[in-house]
Design a protein around this ligand. Structure first.
Ligand code: NIG
Ligand code: FE
Length: 405
């Protein structure tokens, strides 16, 4: 039996489409998991036996967290004290802490333990109106532990009402087994691990931590070239701590996104603009690591590079499971306007994931949306630590909150 249309009425709608359309007295029609129609309620083109009164709430696309390391075991609260006392992220990493300390904890955790730990964080994101997210591997750093992480990421998407995109980030740190042999490690990733995990259906994209404390441009290029041959999307941790040419390489490879970008130059921005690459900004990591150099926001704006914002949820640089906090901080710390912030967590975040039919409220798009008890969608980034999301619909089905029939 085919689905019957459902009307969602008495709502104010921020479509987040390219025209920036908003409807003060709006309505939306869904058919199954798709949006059929959006517009002024007075012009509703259909009647339907199922109608929901959204009580004048603002409606936005479901939020999209396009950069997370949600799956990990343990925590790094001890290292945070060192950061507070003046140590740098790079210093902690260079003495075997940092990412490698989370690798030790993650290797020691079973799949079900990892699932439970990540699920608790995911539930926080879902309560905030998140309907899609990206989850990276990168704390396993053996073939079987990377597989374990990616399987947990896929399982989260099966057990929770959220769409999960997985990213292979084994090029996150050189594991102890390959100490002093980074080239051999990259060869193993390129020739064995990535093809194997891709064949198992566990990988949607490939990411590299391209940085002076991690992998250089030549190593990244070899892995990304294989990703391209496998027709996998490319992301890049670029210019977080220094500039070694990461986003220039990513742009040459047609990357979907370059993420962090604190040390990016105007030339890097131009390369991203030419390649259609999204700039993913991670203000929680910037804030937590007490950094001082902000990404080149004005240059990104001038070059019309789409800006996305994400939580970067991870135990080292962004111990937070709040996309709303990242949005609030993108406005305060990076100077994005509230309108830019809203697009950054919807349409532009979808673009960073290569999701053509998400992040906008328009006919043909996924029926993923959130209703907010706010005076305008700008309030989502105005409030700090106050969640005003009242209802979440994912694939046309209410997944959080209640709506009167
Ligand atoms: O996005 N910088 C590399 N990756 C993460 C941090 C990972 C970690 O410290 O555990 C980031 O900041
Ligand atoms: Fe990250």
């Amino acid at each position: 039996m085919s689905a019957a249309p459902v009307i969602w009425r008495n709502t104010r709608i921020a479509t987040c489409d390219a025209q920036g359309q908003r409807f003060e007295r709006g309505a939306l029609v869904t058919l199954g998991d798709r949006i059929e129609w959006v517009g002024p309620e007075a012009q509703l083109p259909v009647t339907a036996s199922t109608q929901h009164d959204l009580q004048g709430y603002w409606l936005t696309p479901g939020l999209i967290d396009c950069h997370t390391h949600l799956v990990f075991a343990g925590h790094r609260a001890g290292e945070w004290r060192e950061l507070q006392a003046g140590a740098s992220y790079a210093q902690i990493a260079q003495r075997g802490g940092g990412i490698l300390s989370t690798v030790r904890a993650t290797r020691g955790a079973s799949e079900s333990e990892l699932f439970a730990a990540a699920a608790a964080r995911l539930e926080c994101l879902l309560a905030e109106g998140v309907t899609a997210l990206e989850i990276k591997s990168g704390y396993g750093l053996t073939l079987s532990d990377e597989r374990k992480m990616l399987r947990v990421a896929r399982a989260l998407g099966q057990h929770y009402p959220v769409s999960v995109r997985t990213t292979f980030l084994a090029a996150h740190a050189v594991p102890p087994e390959f100490a002093g042999r980074a080239d051999d490690y990259v060869a193993a990733l390129t020739d064995e691990w990535l093809p194997a995990l891709h064949a198992e259906g566990l990988v949607d994209a490939v990411d590299v931590f391209c940085e002076h404390i991690a992998f250089d441009v030549g190593q990244a290029a070899r892995l990304l070239e294989r990703a391209q041959r496998l027709q996998l999307a490319i992301r890049m941790h670029a210019e977080q701590l220094s500039n070694i040419g990461a986003s220039q390489l990513a742009a040459r490879c047609g990357a979907l996104s370059c993420d962090h970008l604190e040390y990016s130059t105007v030339a890097d921005v131009a390369a991203m603009a030419r390649a259609g690459t999204v700039a993913v900004l991670l203000p929680i990591a910037f804030f937590h690591l007490q950094m001082t150099q902000v990404p080149p926001i004005a240059a990104l704006r001038r070059a019309q590079v789409p800006m996305a914002v994400a939580s970067d949820c991870n135990p080292g640089s962004a111990p937070s499971a709040s996309l709303q906090l990242a949005m609030a901080m993108a406005a305060r710390v990076f100077g994005l306007t509230p309108e830019e912030v809203l697009l950054a967590a919807t349409r532009h975040a979808a673009q960073a994931l290569g999701e053509a039919r998400r992040g906008v409220l328009a006919a043909g798009y996924k029926a993923d949306f959130a209703a907010w008890d706010v005076s305008g969608p700008e309030d989502i980034s105005y409030w700090l630590g106050r969640n005003l999301c009242r209802l979440v619909v994912r694939g046309g089905v209410v997944t959080q909150g209640n709506v009167p029939a």
